[in-house]
Write a protein that binds this ligand. Sequence first.
Ligand SMILES: CC(C)(COP(=O)(O)OP(=O)(O)OC[C@H]1O[C@@H](n2cnc3c(N)ncnc32)[C@H](O)[C@@H]1OP(=O)(O)O)[C@@H](O)C(=O)NCCC(=O)NCCS
Length: 168
Amino acid sequence: MSAADHGACLILDRDCFGGLWTAKQWNGELERSSGLVLGCCSGDQGPLVGLICGWVVVDELHITGLGVLPQLRRRGLGRLLLNRLLAWARQQGCLGATLEVAPGNNGALLLYEAAGFVSAGRRKGYYRDGSDALIQWCRLRPEPGAPLGRTRLPPQGRHTGLHQPCRQ
Ligand SMILES: CC(C)(COP(=O)(O)OP(=O)(O)OC[C@H]1O[C@@H](n2cnc3c(N)ncnc32)[C@H](O)[C@@H]1OP(=O)(O)O)[C@@H](O)C(=O)NCCC(=O)NCCS
């Protein structure tokens, strides 16, 4: 997606997250050269129904937002968006991916777990209301010499703070 999709992102943000980012923050997200915003639409010309945002910091993908319209959930769109973004990050040479999620967001946690994410700690007072977030982390490339499927957690506290990421 590009700056031309700014209006559609704002509408989806409102309908999906209740207004997560400001218009200026969406501008930044859509124009960031090290990032990618992927969307899925209903039909060829239909409205935006889901999106995912992420950006690369050194060799790590930071996923800052993922949402699907409430009426279109549980149809595989969230999984599709996540897998596409992870594939892009691998192409960029990323070694891992990370995000924050609320501890009670069981649907999202199941989605991330199925994609290979594990909990890598807790970020205190992360959300606007002061509640904590769980840090999720996923290795995108096997460790040299490690058996397939083994995941080693990153060092704690390595993550950089991002503006208002996934909050639900
Ligand atoms: C989280 C979210 C993006 C998932 O999108 P989705 O399109 O519904 O997800 P999918 O249909 O691809 O689900 C993939 C798997 O995730 C898990 N899952 C997703 N939502 C779930 C829910 N509400 N309850 C239980 N499991 C869920 C299931 O394992 C599901 O596989 P299944 O349907 O075969 O059982 C969507 O619920 C959403 O937009 N939520 C609000 C915003 C949000 O919480 N974003 C994440 C912030 S970190």
